[in-house]
Design a protein around this ligand. Structure first.
Ligand SMILES: C[S@@+](CC[C@H](N)C(=O)[O-])C[C@H]1O[C@@H](n2cnc3c(N)ncnc32)[C@H](O)[C@@H]1O
Length: 222
């Protein structure tokens, strides 16, 4: 784990305490997994090959995607051992076709996933606003190198859209994040798109999602 990887406390304590098998429950999962799954199926149903989730956290989402998008081979990852234990415990319980979680900190060398490259999809939910900006730089730069020519990068979370907050809840959440760590905070879609452009991606498709979240879909420049 590098200096940019998260600790166990602070906002990560928001996960309900694990049961005996180590499964964590993210409070937002029940609310957001259906709309995220449906948006992904509508856009990525034709994609085949290897899919990597970065910062899988509790690991609840990837099993849903493995069932909805079975033409992709799904691998979760997280730099925190407690989260990897939860991800693998969820896979045990759901029985979905998901590989064991890899120990990937995107600010490191990505050797933990070298055997998966070239990837068809990298997906990352709710990470870059709860991490230093360097994590966004390394994630998007790394995606530019690790995705194949038709590869897709998907980001999800609350965003500032072209300089404007999209709702009061996001204003309060942004303030809470910055109070916990001055290097955290909601990211502007324009800044993220600029990083992606440098990494070889076209302007993203930006989809409004429930609870003032956004799904950003980046494809390679044509
Ligand atoms: C708020 S949680 C989101 C979890 C999950 N994606 C979700 O939306 O429920 C953020 C996750 O990002 C991971 N993370 C933080 N910094 C990271 C880094 N440098 N590289 C990879 N993952 C990181 C954390 O360990 C944590 O599991």
């Amino acid at each position: 784990m590098t200096a940019d990887a998260p600790g166990e406390g602070g906002i990560y304590a928001a996960y309900a305490q694990p049961g005996a098998d180590g499964r964590l429950h993210a409070p937002s999962f029940e609310r957001n997994h259906g709309p995220i799954r449906d948006a992904l199926v509508a856009r990525l149903a034709g994609l085949t090959g290897r899919a990597l989730e970065v910062g899988s956290g509790s690991g609840q989402h990837i099993g849903v995607w493995a069932e909805a998008l079975p033409r992709l081979d799904w691998t979760p990852s997280d730099p925190l051992a407690r989260h990897r234990a939860s991800i693998d415990a969820w896979t045990q319980v759901t029985g979905r076709r998901v590989a064991p979680a890899r120990d990937l900190d995107v600010t490191g060398d990505w050797s933990a996933v070298a055997d998966l490259i070239p990837l068809s999809l990298i997906i990352c939910l709710n990470v870059i606003h709860i991490a230093p900006w360097r994590v966004a730089e390394c994630l998007i730069g790394g995606a530019g190198r690790a995705l194949g020519p038709d590869g897709v990068l998907v980001l999800y979370g609350p965003y500032i859209v072209e300089g404007r907050h999209t709702g009061e809840g996001n204003v309060a959440f942004d303030a809470r994040l910055r109070a916990e760590n001055p290097e955290w905070g909601l990211r502007d879609t324009a800044d993220v798109a600029a990083l992606a452009r440098e990494a070889g991606f076209a302007a993203p498709e930006i989809l409004p999602m429930p609870s003032d979240n956004r799904l950003l879909i980046f494809r390679r420049k044509g």
